[in-house]
Design a protein around this ligand. Structure first.
Ligand SMILES: Nc1ncnc2c1ncn2[C@@H]1O[C@H](COP(=O)(O)OP(=O)(O)OP(=O)(O)O)[C@@H](O)[C@H]1O
Length: 478
């Protein structure tokens, strides 16, 4: 058995698994020979070894047989750490992002330390290297207790709780995604607070992807990339918010990728959030997208009426503790939950404004007062997308008749856009499945459910559909 055989096997694998997979998974493996039917490889991390074994093991065996060297088993061992990256890496990321130039050059504020569990002296020192653990401050209000659970967020909440409660790592990473203001950051902070109380010995770091990049670029400028690596690799739980930010920033992505692998390898928990699913993040390297999907991916759906009402009631209860005299007329919260369906942040803002106004004028908050005080917010949320608008835009886009959206035709050229319109209706409006079904010619809610699931599957594999959806979404939300 010679290295040439491995060369041939590699060529076959390249054809079989495609260039991206090949570069990400196969190329980093160093062939170490075959002995007694066992092919041995050195890999940079356990994570890569496990992944290759699970996903490409059989193919590798198959191609060895074809090359005349049958192997019964493949074994991986971890090679020594790779040399540090070139010192000028990362410069492009900043150059691509001119407004960051200034910020990246600034030292990261001390106030941004969010490492828990050690005394402040040891907090300063990750693995004894005299470096500060990075992180953003946590919002005291963002706890599990203050997170209201409803249908649209129950899965994300359950997953976050499971991670916070610890135990054997069952899904890593946890990837949370959803539209603006739906509670991603709140859930991440809640995990951090929970861990802080229950397992104070853990080093938990929460930061935005943007801060990750600042730190990285700063480390490169100061020639301290080794400390940077050590620092991030010494944490027990890493949370990175708004990861879509690193899309298109090549060196930061690369560094993030290595940090990610190193932590997963040590069975450390990673929690990531983004405004969309990994495959939908443009300019994110495939290998990163595939790793981000390798754990549990859950989305926070747009809120429904019940959840909004629950959140409002929760806020009112909290507010009552400080202002016992607060009086709200029946129906006001229902009115707000019905009228403001954009996102929770807007809903909260509206309520705060209303409370402030109510306490200023010292009166009961009536429906009339609400309408006066929140006229601008209510007008803005009137501009929300309707199912009818979605049907119109999708039919225009696919050059079909609007009547076919609600008609009985089942040909794919009509059925597929109809499914896409149902999917968009579910994602962009607060209508329930039966309500959407009704607007599509009285179809059953299971038909809508099936459409949503089908489109979800298709957009992961069909670029055209993913792009069309993105375009339509942008036009509708404009
Ligand atoms: N289910 C919920 N219960 C209580 N408050 C919530 C809930 N969901 C969101 N909020 C509140 O709404 C506000 C926005 O939430 P958050 O910042 O977590 O959103 P996000 O998804 O991270 O948004 P962005 O994409 O803008 O970062 C916060 O004040 C948060 O406390």
């Amino acid at each position: 058995m010679t290295k040439d055989t491995w060369g041939r096997v590699q060529q076959d694998l390249l054809k079989a698994v495609g260039k991206n997979n090949f570069v990400t998974w196969i190329e980093p493996m160093e062939f170490d020979g075959v002995e007694n039917g066992i092919a041995r490889f050195l890999v940079p991390t356990n994570f890569i070894g496990n992944w290759v074994s699970r996903n490409f093991g059989e193919q590798i065996q198959h191609h060895f047989s074809r090359a005349g060297e049958p192997v019964e088993r493949i074994e991986f061992s971890v090679a020594a750490e790779r040399p540090a990256k070139a010192a000028n890496a990362g410069a492009d990321d900043v150059a691509n992002e001119p407004e960051l130039e200034h910020a990246a050059a600034k030292p990261v504020m001390n106030g941004h330390v969010a490492a828990y569990g050690r005394s402040s002296a040891s907090r300063q020192s990750a693995s004894g290297s005299g470096i500060e653990l990075p992180g953003a401050p946590l919002d005291k209000r963002f706890t599990f207790d203050s997170f209201v659970v409803g249908k649209p967020n129950e899965l994300a909440h359950a997953a976050a709780r499971r991670v916070a409660e610890g135990g054997p790592v069952s899904f890593n990473p946890l990837f949370l995604y959803g539209g603006v203001g739906l509670g991603k950051t709140h859930l991440m902070h809640a995990i951090a607070w929970h861990l802080h109380t229950t397992r104070p010995e853990l080093r938990v770091v929460y930061l935005s992807a943007e801060q990750f990049m600042y730190r990285f670029v700063q480390a490169l400028r100061e020639n301290s990339s080794m400390q940077f690596k050590e620092m991030f690799r010494s944490v027990d739980v890493l949370m990175v918010d708004d990861v879509q930010f690193i899309a298109g920033k090549d060196s930061t992505q690369e560094e993030f990728f290595h940090t990610f692998n190193a932590l997963v390898d040590q069975n450390k928990q990673i929690i990531i959030s983004a405004d969309r699913a990994p495959v939908e993040i443009k300019k994110l390297e495939d290998r990163i997208a595939s790793r981000l999907q390798s754990g549990l991916v859950v989305d926070l759906h747009p809120t429904d009426y019940e959840l909004r009402l629950g959140i409002l009631q929760h806020k009112v209860d909290q507010y009552r503790e400080s202002y016992p005299g607060l009086r709200i007329q029946d129906g006001v919260l229902e009115f707000l939950a019905h009228r403001i369906s954009t996102n929770v942040r807007v809903l909260e803002g509206a309520l705060t404004k209303l409370f402030a106004f109510g306490s200023l004028v010292g009166r009961e908050i009536t429906l009339e007062l609400t309408q006066d005080c929140l006229a601008d917010v209510l007008r803005a949320s009137d501009r929300k997308v309707t199912v009818e608008e979605i049907q119109r835009k999708v039919s225009e886009h696919y050059n079909m008749r609007l009547s076919d959206m609600i008609g009985p035709k089942r040909h794919r050229t009509i059925a597929r856009p109809r499914q896409m319109a149902m999917y968009l209706a579910k994602k962009l409006t607060s209508r329930s499945l039966p309500e959407i079904g009704k607007r599509f010619g009285g179809r059953d809610h299971t038909t809508v459910m099936h459409a949503v699931k089908r489109i979800e599957e298709l957009k992961a594999v069909d670029n055209q559909i993913a792009e069309d959806l993105e375009l339509l979404r942008r036009m509708l939300e404009a």
